[in-house]
Design a protein around this ligand. Structure first.
Ligand code: ZN
Length: 293
């Protein structure tokens, strides 16, 4: 079944687990993550970022939405890190049931103005919206371990931002970093800050930059108010590591089914581990017939 973000995160918030958001670019990885969610009876958010969206033809999402809708497992198709109003409109047109508008780099008032505009547009179509306040860090220098642009969210601003925008979920910055972590860097999630934000805000919270963050910290965050965790780099790395090794060991094999199948196994292995960390394995039973699509 295909739900919107509000519908999939409601039971997660109520029962204290988180739903994984997995970024996919093309059909092989899409099929791998969806099949693992079904095998684990775990609700799942399949995500596509703007550059991944650009990479594919629109018809790919006809397949994605049809595939997810016919499943008995609860799914959302979510547009991750939309940076423009127009990009979010195109995602809604393509059948996405949830969009993120990321104005975290903008001044507060401008972030509110654009996020609210996206929320009004999306809600008219039954589509949910995720916003962001504070700024999740980015790895600026992998070798030297330099992290840029990390600004923690504050409880006051988070609470005000949700009310000012009408969003359905809020991405917060509490110590994670996007993408691959620099050598030797171990994130330290601010659990007390997270609890305070969760106490003060009325919508489910989202943790970006979940790849590489120690699993016990992520599991604790899921108990402290995080209802959605984004994972991208970690399973993609596992996929390419295995595919690369196969090609090196079997340079004459060019059949995609042979070259890629080990990578698919790796994706499923990582996704299964994450779903267990989020506490979402076996939780599909919480979802009834609320499908939007
Ligand atoms: Zn992110």
């Amino acid at each position: 079944m295909l739900l919107n973000l509000e519908q999939i995160l409601g039971p997660a918030r109520e029962h204290g687990f988180a739903v994984g958001g997995f970024n996919v670019t093309e059909s092989t990885m899409f099929k791998a993550v969806a099949e693992q969610a079904e095998a684990d009876k775990a609700p799942m958010i399949v995500q596509v970022s703007p550059n991944e969206f650009q990479f594919a033809e629109r018809e790919q999402y006809l397949y994605f939405t049809a595939r997810l809708r016919r499943s008995e497992n609860p799914f959302v198709l979510h547009y991750d890190h939309g940076k423009t109003f127009e990009g979010c409109v195109r995602a809604v047109q393509a059948g996405f049931t949830s969009v993120m508008f990321d104005g975290s780099h903008l001044p507060y008032e401008e972030n509110v103005r654009l996020t609210r505009k996206v929320a009004e547009m999306a809600h008219a179509a039954g589509v949910s919206v995720e916003g962001e306040i504070g700024s999740v860090g980015e790895t600026a220098d992998f070798e030297r371990g330099i992290i840029e642009d990390m600004v923690y969210s504050t409880p006051e601003e988070a609470c005000r931002f949700v009310r000012d925008t009408g969003i359905d979920a809020l991405a917060v910055s509490v110590g994670t970093v996007h993408g691959l972590l620099p050598k030797g860097f171990v994130p330290c999630l601010q659990q007390e800050l997270l609890k305070e934000i969760a106490f003060r805000t009325e919508v489910p919270l989202v943790l970006h930059g979940g790849s590489g963050t120690p699993e016990e910290q992520v599991a604790e965050a899921c108990k402290n108010g995080i209802s959605k965790v984004n994972i991208s780099s970690e399973f993609k790395c596992a996929y390419y590591r295995r595919v690369r090794r196969f090609i090196e060991e079997n340079p004459a094999v060019v059949s995609p089914t042979k070259v890629l199948s080990g990578g698919v196994e790796e994706v499923k292995r990582v996704v299964h581990t994450k779903l267990a960390v989020f506490g979402s394995v076996g939780k599909a039973g919480y979802y009834g017939n609320g499908a939007v699509g």
